[in-house]
Design a protein around this ligand. Structure first.
Ligand code: G6P
Length: 612
């Protein structure tokens, strides 16, 4: 949601900012804009639509500047149009601002400013903030830096902002609370961005701004203070990310690239953690907290979207192997329902981006009640990674496609490793099963390679169902969350209505929808629910539903019942989701492509949901 890019240094700012905004497109947005400062003053250019639309509109202009700010906006206050796009000017047009987040008390501030004669050109909370900053500069008689701090002391809400001053071509002021902001440090140049993707091309030295910190770049120097103006020592980190990981690498879409990356991304999730031959399994982040986890009375898992689905898979595995009760909650529900949390609860927060506002708030709530919070995040240095007591990164690498694919399988991998390690520690599985599981886990990347070979077959099936209006996905046990995830993928990128259901629950409602036009996807692998799922398939076939079944290779019975079959290799039951998810990702992908959808940036969705 909303992307920020800003630059001050010696390079041409405009092309650098446009390129950076394109790198942030994956976050989801509906308009974009830039502000540049040169000898002709401070100028703002903005446009509804894609960054390319803005670029097109400006292509005839000579836009030279060595300082500038840019933004992609995902509408919250006011519809997506040119007026509401960022940057926004202050009343006297001396300042320009870009903002990611929500200023909750903007209406009160706006009213007070309106009384003083301020006129607003947009419906946004952001414009109010920059007017407020300028008003404080004038009424208090202070510099911009102090005015920014004073304004932020009054603001309720979430923000990452960058402010630019027409009177100082060397200065950018940025601040953060609950919305991410990274500062890249180059040779006499500084970059600001919502994440590191626009920066890594230029420098790997970065500082992740903390909440309530203000960063000031002026005359080539960076300083960081808190809102009380106390100096903060910047913690400079070296990024490990490589440029090619955020480029398409010959694939038509990031989503396809990320689906095909899974043998490697899963291997990366396990790297250094498992040595199957020696029977060794260690998650460095978990080690100091293993006693707490082993003693936990209950494990609570929180997350949103696909991460919540990974939590549901983990619930099954933790309960099955480690025999500790698990509850999985949508972070957005958990945080608002006065949940019962005890000190002996162990909370696992799952998030790809590490920035999801509801998950972050759920963590803060659980923490305030004394629980131990363990993060399973993909983005290194993200807010959730920093807010949790400990954690294990999923190491899937940057995920750019809005619909999560490799991040999901990486989450399931790490959660599986946690559960197996816990079960061993608690003595709830035999040494033999423990060894067998490690070996099976280590084989998963190779088995995924095998599943990916069926891509053309999945494409043929996708062509048959491209114009379906609805889909039902059914699974039992550990494959029920796989059904949910399959349906979510299809919904997100093809805009076909799809429902995931536990297969037996079908009789309590969805069966009414089944006729010859209804495609039903079954995850029907050879596991403990096999006989039951066969009955469910027969119930659907008896009503003329068209069945696509994900089956275990060598199964000769289900293929005789259904319309289409996709085989996956045999593995241990608890590892089935890692394999069964792959064809479902491919099915959604091909259907969406055939329907002409924008697969990597589906409408209305954001990769990182930083508002509640
Ligand atoms: C958004 C994304 C989903 C993601 C969810 C949770 O809705 O589009 O792909 O699953 O947020 O995000 P997180 O980063 O916390 O996993």
């Amino acid at each position: 949601m909303c992307g920020i890019v800003a630059y001050v240094g010696h390079q041409e700012a405009y092309p650098l900012i446009i390129k950076g905004l394109k790198r942030l497109e994956y976050r989801g947005y509906d308009s974009s804009g830039v502000a540049l400062l040169n000898g002709e003053g401070l100028k703002v250019y903005k446009k509804k639509g894609k960054v390319a639309d803005l670029e097109n509109e400006l292509k005839a202009q000579e836009l030279h500047a060595t300082i500038g700010i840019g933004h992609t906006r995902w509408a919250t206050h006011g519809e997506p149009n040119d007026r509401n796009a960022h940057p926004h000017y202050s009343q006297n047009k001396k300042l320009a601002i870009i903002h990611n987040g929500i200023i909750e008390n903007y209406a009160v501030i706006k009213q007070a400013l309106a009384k003083k004669g301020h006129q607003f050109n947009s419906d946004t909370d952001t414009e109010v903030l920059v007017h407020f900053i300028e008003d404080l500069q004038e009424s208090v008689g202070c510099g911009l830096e102090e005015a920014v701090r004073l304004a932020l002391q009054e603001v309720v809400g979430a923000y990452a902002i960058v402010v630019m001053d027409a009177n100082d071509p060397t200065q950018l002021i940025a601040a953060r609370k609950s919305s991410p902001l990274v500062i890249g440090i180059g040779e006499n140049e500084y970059f600001f961005a919502s994440d590191a993707t626009p920066i890594i091309e230029y420098t790997k030295e970065v500082v992740y701004l903390d909440d309530n910190q203000v960063a000031v770049v002026k005359n080539g120097a960076l300083k960081i203070v808190n809102l009380a103006n106390e100096n903060q020592i910047p913690y400079v980190q070296t990024l490990e990310m490589e440029l090619e990981t955020i480029e398409k690498g010959g694939y038509e879409h990031f989503m396809l690239k990320e689906i095909f990356e899974q043998p490697r991304s899963i291997a990366d999730s396990m790297r250094g953690r498992i040595q199957a031959d020696e029977g060794e399994l260690q998650l460095g982040g978990l080690r100091p907290y293993m006693d707490k986890l082993a003693d936990a009375k209950r494990i609570l898992i929180v997350g949103c979207g696909t991460s919540w689905h990974a939590g549901l898979v983990a619930e099954y595995i933790f309960e099955e192997l480690a025999r500790i009760p698990v509850e999985v909650e949508y972070a957005s529900e958990f945080r608002y329902r006065n949940p019962i949390i005890k000190e002996k609860d162990f909370v696992i927060a799952i998030s790809q981006s590490g920035e999801t506002a509801d998950t972050l708030a759920a963590i803060q709530l659980a923490k305030s009640k004394g629980a131990t919070i363990f993060g399973v995040c993909n983005v290194v240095g993200s807010s959730i990674a920093r807010e949790t007591h400990a954690g294990s990164y999923t190491h899937a690498g940057p995920e750019i496609g809005v619909a999560s694919t490799k991040a999901f399988t990486a989450q399931v991998t790490v959660l599986t490793l946690m559960a197996v390690s816990l079960a061993k520690r608690r003595g709830t599985i035999s040494e033999e099963l423990y060894r067998q599981l490690l070996i099976e886990i280590a084989h998963i990347p190779r088995k995924i390679e095998q599943v990916l070979k069926a891509a053309d077959r999945v494409k043929e099936i996708a062509a048959i169902f491209t114009y379906a209006r609805n889909f039902i996905y059914l699974g039992r046990g550990i494959n029920f969350p796989v059904a949910l995830e399959g349906a979510l993928k299809l919904k997100e990128i093809s805009y076909i209505h799809a429902e995931g259901y536990p297969a037996a629950e079908m009789k309590h409602g969805p069966i009414a929808l089944i006729d010859e036009d209804m495609p039903v996807v079954f995850i029907a692998t050879k596991d403990s629910s096999y006989e039951k799922i066969v009955s469910n398939i027969q119930e659907v076939k008896a009503r003329k539903g068209r069945v696509i079944a994900i089956v275990t290779e060598g199964d000769s019975f289900i293929p005789s019942l259904v319309d289409f079959v996709i085989e996956i290799p045999k593995t241990h039951e608890i590892l089935t989701p890692l394999l069964a998810t792959i064809p479902l990702q491919l099915l959604s992908y091909y259907i969406a492509v055939m329907r002409g959808r924008n697969v990597d940036q589906p409408r209305n969705l954001a990769k990182s949901v930083t508002v509640e």
